[in-house]
Write a protein that binds this ligand. Structure first.
Ligand SMILES: NC(=O)c1ccc[n+]([C@@H]2O[C@H](COP(=O)([O-])OP(=O)(O)OC[C@H]3O[C@@H](n4cnc5c(N)ncnc54)[C@H](OP(=O)(O)O)[C@@H]3O)[C@@H](O)[C@H]2O)c1
Length: 392
């Protein structure tokens, strides 16, 4: 007897049997179509659970196999139920309403992986772009999909080879584009996990990873921003921008940030040397000779940003590849940058936070099941800091 559910399959059990959504392959005689993609009930799975001889077990095979009923294991039905978790998942591209709460099998950590009990997960614009299918050309989702890159929580279990963490450690991580954060448990490679800043609770810590890492890498690893340089940061009140402002200030740069009228005082609180209200002023009329522009908006904002740079300066866009013709015309470098998860960046950021040099900004906290509302808010494009989903 042998049933294999592919990674991400959802599973819930009741007295009627086991409900499975996702892709599965089965070798139980005549029960289902191998490699079929379906949502259906498996009554025989209940039988398997009751079967002393075969029992039910969980093994890790390669990346695509994480749940398997095998002969000779001893797990009981009660133990199996404890392995069920809640998650907000999507089964198709669409509006915020496609985010649905499901019960599914808890993932298990593999080699060099940790299982994180998620206390809080934050929302990034990438989440709703992926949900809506806007980025499917370069990042197609495999359904059902669990979105959410940013988590803060405690280590529940460690896989073979994990040396830096043990059960109970408080950690935070950017899981990257693969996501998995809108759930009670998430698996992460040890290499991308860092100790949570001790001065933050989980809700505040979940606001950090993607925004903080992206700002850090764009400013310091790509633009090589140095003390005394002038940097223009667009959307300075947003999830990436608010960290970029604070990191650049901590580095000793002269910082100019753009935001709407509502956020002018907020930018000053964050520490900008100059706040530009994009609703009243064309930033290129008042910002000149910048060494670095961090473009978080694209389009017309990106094009006009060339005028704010000094010769030899650099424009780093995290939203769209900039025009190389304009770069040549203005004598600057211009490039698109996509951030990547990094535990060492998170460790550096945690030091700044714990030293009181960087604060986190959480505008809205919602329970996990209100992820659709969180997406609506994020899609408005005017979140200050982050929206965080409280999970535990
Ligand atoms: N490439 C990467 O690795 C990477 C990583 C992270 C994010 N991103 C992308 O970068 C972009 C920014 O991300 P985020 O998390 O910072 O987004 P966000 O938090 O949703 O940004 C919201 C902020 O944008 C500001 N804003 C809106 N229109 C503006 C304008 N015309 N000028 C200046 N500010 C404006 C808003 O301020 P007001 O309310 O004052 O207008 C608001 O505070 C997103 O498109 C995201 O997908 C890319």
């Amino acid at each position: 007897m042998d049933v294999i559910l592919t990674i991400g399959s959802e599973l819930s059990a009741n007295s009627q049997g086991v409900q499975v959504a996702g892709q599965a392959r089965s070798r139980i005689k005549g029960h289902c179509n191998p490699k079929a993609n379906w949502v259906r009930k498996f009554h025989y799975a209940e039988k398997a659970w009751q079967c002393k001889e075969h029992g039910i077990g969980r093994i890790r095979g390669n990346e695509r196999i994480w749940f398997q009923m095998v002969a000779g294991t001893t797990q009981t039905i009660n133990e199996s139920k404890q392995m069920i978790m809640k998650a907000m998942r999507i089964h198709q591209y669409g509006g915020p309403e496609v985010l649905a709460q499901v019960e599914m099998q808890r993932p298990a950590p593999g080699v060099n992986e940790v299982l994180i009990k998620v206390h809080a997960a934050s929302v990034n614009p990438f989440d709703w772009k992926a949900r809506a299918g806007y980025v499917k050309e370069f990042f197609p989702l495999t359904f059902p999909a669990t979105l959410g890159s940013d988590v803060s929580g405690t280590v529940e279990e460690v896989g073979p080879g994990v040396a830096r963490f043990k059960r109970g450690d408080e950690v935070y991580a950017s899981l990257g584009l693969e996501g998995g954060g809108y759930a009670e448990y998430a698996v992460a490679k040890e290499a991308i996990v860092a100790e949570k800043p001790g001065t933050l609770d989980h809700v505040q810590a979940a606001a950090v990873p993607t925004g903080g890492i992206t700002a850090w890498q764009a400013l310091f690893e790509v633009a090589q921003l140095r003390a005394g340089q002038k940097v223009l940061i667009h959307a300075a009140a947003g999830g990436v921008g608010n960290f970029a402002v604070q990191f650049a200030k901590a580095k000793g740069a002269y910082v100019i940030g753009t935001a709407s009228s509502r956020n002018q005082a907020f930018l000053v609180e964050l520490g900008v040397d100059k706040a530009v209200d994009y609703q009243k002023t064309r930033f290129e009329d008042v910002v000149h000779e910048a060494d670095v522009v961090l473009d978080t908006i694209g389009g017309d904002t990106q094009e006009r940003s060339f005028k704010a740079l000094k010769k030899g300066g650099i424009l780093v866009s995290i939203v769209q590849p900039p025009s190389q013709e304009l770069a040549t015309k203005y004598g600057v470098r211009a490039l698109f940058y996509g951030g990547h998860p990094s535990s060492s960046n998170l460790a550096e950021i945690a030091k700044l936070i714990d030293a009181g040099k960087v604060k986190t900004v959480v505008e809205t906290v919602l329970p996990l099941e209100e992820a659709p509302r969180a997406h609506e808010l994020s899609q408005s494009g005017h979140v200050r800091g982050k929206i965080v989903l409280k999970v535990a």
